[in-house]
Ligand binder design. Structure first.
Ligand code: DNO
Ligand code: MN
Length: 359
């Protein structure tokens, strides 16, 4: 497997490539272009530039997270064809820059959603958390205001103030769309982009909905094993695969993550792993925790063992971490706890390899 670390780039991330390089076991970075508007084609040159920077620090750059999908594609509007053409161009350009995996999501309107970006834990660390009680009865506008007020100047993707002005009209456009409708739009998108991804050696990896449940009445279609089955069946190709994000899928305890890994691993559909732990208090009330199994609801040994059993050789990254040791910055994406998380995952992996036979 390829251990990676998400990096927001020289301009937007205060964590440096040198710091990332110093994390034991780190092979590469997961990057993105943040200046290109959603829907526009990604050019080759800036991707090449990131690759050069990474390689100068002995890190590989083969993984993108995320090339976001324009809302018109999710809505199935006539304008989607142009946006799909642009997406295809992005894939071709990414391949030219050496990219092998592209993560994306298909959540309407919002990317991942949390109700608190800095919930204090007993030991003084802070974490991202979600509590459906705090959302019930609120409009997305109310919620956005609360999140913005409590977020230290950082904003969840999709919750940017300029986007919030479009919210009402976006919600109107989604009115009447159910899961099947959204699924048809995903299928249309995949039928167009997957053959190109395959041709240029890119594995697509759809990220689960986070949390995996309808939020504000919007349809969600990447929530559980059944949803993954339906997506896998849309286009029969290894390039049509998944990001298995343990913290997203795992917030529904009905989702058996090791089983999901084994099942879709056999089908060669696991193209990216996000491994993090969460503590589920009751359905749809959870907070993130340190990666180690004993702090949360997920069994990290079983997850890593399942990856070993499927001969996983793709990219994996620690996902969100806590804020510890007075670190400030982007919630979930500090240096310290993600580095500890990566190290813990590497330790589990080494032990599994030693016990079960080196792969
Ligand atoms: C949450 C994060 C997300 C993810 C995007 C993928 O678990 O991993 O920000 O990157 O939803 O498109
Ligand atoms: Mn994730």
């Amino acid at each position: 497997m390829r251990m990676t670390f998400r990096w927001y780039g020289e301009k937007d991330d205060k964590i440096t490539l040198q710091e990332i390089q110093q994390i034991p076991g780190m092979d590469g970075i997961v990057g993105a272009l943040f200046d290109v508007p959603v829907g526009a084609a990604w050019p080759v040159e800036p991707l090449m530039a990131i690759r050069k920077q990474a390689e100068a620090h002995h890190l590989v750059f083969k993984d993108l997270e995320s090339i976001n999908v324009h809302e018109d594609i999710k809505l199935g509007l006539p304008s989607r064809d142009q946006y799909i053409e642009n997406y295809i161009m992005s894939l071709r350009n990414a391949a030219k820059a050496g990219i092998e995996m592209v993560c994306y999501n298909f959540m309407p309107v919002f990317d991942w959603t949390r109700t608190d970006l800095a919930k204090p834990l007993y030991n003084g660390s802070t974490v991202l958390s979600y509590d459906y009680h705090l959302i019930a009865g609120k409009t997305p506008q109310d919620m956005a205001k609360e999140i913005i007020d409590n977020s230290n100047g950082f904003i969840l993707p999709g919750w940017e103030p300029e986007r919030l002005t479009e919210l009402s009209s976006l919600f109107e456009q989604y009115a009447g769309m159910d899961e099947d409708g959204l699924r048809r739009n995903l299928e249309y998108f995949l039928k167009a982009v997957v053959p190109v991804a395959e041709e240029c050696g890119i594995k697509m990896a759809i990220h689960p909905d986070d949390p995996p449940i309808s939020v504000f009445g919007l349809p969600r279609i990447v929530k559980n094993e059944k949803d993954l089955d339906k997506i896998a069946a849309m286009v029969d190709s290894e390039s049509n695969g998944f990001t298995i994000c343990t913290g997203s899928l795992g917030s529904n305890l009905q989702n058996d993550i090791p089983h999901i890994i084994r099942k879709f691993g056999k089908q060669k559909r696991i193209n990216f792993m996000h491994v993090r732990n969460i503590q589920v208090h009751e359905p749809w009330v959870f907070n993130e925790v340190a990666h180690k199994s004993k702090y949360g609801s997920l069994d990290m040994f079983e997850i890593m063992k399942a990856l070993y059993d499927i001969d996983f050789d793709g990219p994996i990254r620690p996902d969100h971490g806590r804020m510890i040791w007075d670190e400030e910055g982007r919630p979930g994406y500090g240096l310290f706890d993600r580095a500890l998380g990566a190290n813990y995952l590497c330790g589990l992996w080494d032990a599994i390899c030693r016990i079960c036979g080196q792969k």
